[in-house]
Design a protein around this ligand. Structure first.
Ligand SMILES: Cc1ncc(COP(=O)(O)O)c(C=O)c1O
Length: 363
């Protein structure tokens, strides 16, 4: 039996009737943009996270740009961001007029640390984007203690926790993506910004609505970036499942450990004090590229997500100085490999994937 890299169908299958009813409710009402479903979802997600405000937006990339602009980031400012992350974490910075400054990560947690951020700080640093990579929260309280506002990119970390707080409640602002394969994924594009700060929440809301409060007068150049009613109605059905799904992801990680995978490859390491919600299960091995091909041939989903880190992407070259050195990032880019992960992944699937890794490395 093939084991897919991720599974967007099986976890939601038991919820089909509830989802159908939620979609029908929206169609019956005929309100598709900025209606009661978005309002209710924003309240419910805020309550889940333990923050005062959630603002729905169109996707996780817009969420980052809008969060930065809400903070006042603009031309002349620098924003520190890891190079070992999805492209959008950095892509979201230039539209604000600010400059991305790439920092390194810890080789084991694969996340930024106070030390890697400190090395990238300058007097022009206006914010840090802390990515909770692969569902493992970055050490945000310690990074915030450096004295720079932190925008938590929690796109991959819905359902994770750190030091008793939810991922998404750790930074000055946090951003989510509800892209379908995410831990909390809708059936299209969607995103959100979370914050405890009344002023930042209001700024984010105005920025996502053409820089307006009423579409009559316009205070600034903004964006047309909204979560829609259909996606919000679906997300309201899925949100109550998030903790159970996150627990399922941790159980899947435990199945891999019990199957002996750690004797073959380096397993992901949680940040101290974190309860991760493994979005992707990313192992490390010298022969990762070779393993990727062999696992694929054996029907086991495997992918190196960030083989070319951001500081080596052509589109970002204008913001990369020739002497930039990010050794842990370069090493991880070469050695990381995502293998199957989903909330329902059982011991049999973990055994099968582990056996395929063993066979590939023995070849
Ligand atoms: C770390 C990270 N940041 C930002 C994003 C952007 O989210 P979206 O695809 O919803 O724009 C993603 C996912 O796609 C992501 O993984």
């Amino acid at each position: 039996m093939p084991v897919p890299l991720f599974d967007t169908v099986s976890p939601v299958a038991p919820l089909r009737a509830e989802i159908d009813a939620a979609v029908a409710g929206v169609l019956d009402r005929g309100v598709y943009i900025l209606g009661p479903e978005v309002e209710a979802f924003e309240r419910e997600l805020a309550a889940y996270l333990g923050v005062k405000h959630v603002v729905g937006v169109a996707n996780g990339t817009d969420a980052l740009t809008i969060a930065l602009q809400a903070l006042g980031v603009g031309p002349g400012d620098e924003v520190v961001v890891p190079s070992f992350t999805f492209y959008a974490s950095a892509e979201a910075i230039p539209p604000t007029g600010a400059t991305p400054v790439f920092c390194d990560v810890d080789p084991e947690t694969m996340n930024i640390t106070p030390a890697t951020v400190r090395a990238a700080l300058t007097p022009r640093t206006r914010a840090v984007i802390a990515v909770d990579l692969f569902g493992n929260p970055a050490p945000i309280p310690e990074i915030a203690a450096l004295g720079v506002p932190v925008v938590e990119d929690a796109a991959q970390a819905a359902g994770a926790r750190l030091g008793g707080r939810a991922a998404g409640a750790l930074g000055t602002l946090a951003t989510f993506s509800f892209f379908p394969s995410k831990n909390l994924g809708c059936f299209g594009d969607g995103g959100a910004i979370a914050t405890d700060d009344d002023v930042l929440a209001e700024a984010a809301r105005v920025l996502g609505f053409h820089g307006s409060r009423d579409k009559v007068t316009y205070e600034r150049i903004g964006w047309n970036s909204r979560l829609d009613e259909l996606q919000a109605a679906i997300l309201r059905v899925l949100l109550p499942q998030l903790d159970e799904w996150a627990a399922g992801r941790r159980a899947a990680a435990a199945h891999y450990a019990d199957a002996g995978l750690g004797e073959l490859v380096a397993l992901p390491v949680a940040t101290a004090g974190a309860i991760p919600a493994w979005h992707l299960f990313v192992v490390r091995h010298e022969r990762a590229a070779e393993l990727e091909t062999a696992l694929g041939a054996a029907g086991i989903g495997a992918r190196g997500y960030y083989r070319t880190p951001l500081h080596r992407q052509a589109a970002l070259a204008p913001w990369v100085s020739a002497d930039l050195s990010l050794p842990a990032t370069d090493e991880l880019a070469r050695t990381h490999l995502a293998i199957p992960m989903n909330p329902l992944l059982d011991r049999a699937a973990a055994d099968q994937a582990t056996a395929a890794v063993r066979a590939a490395l023995a070849a």
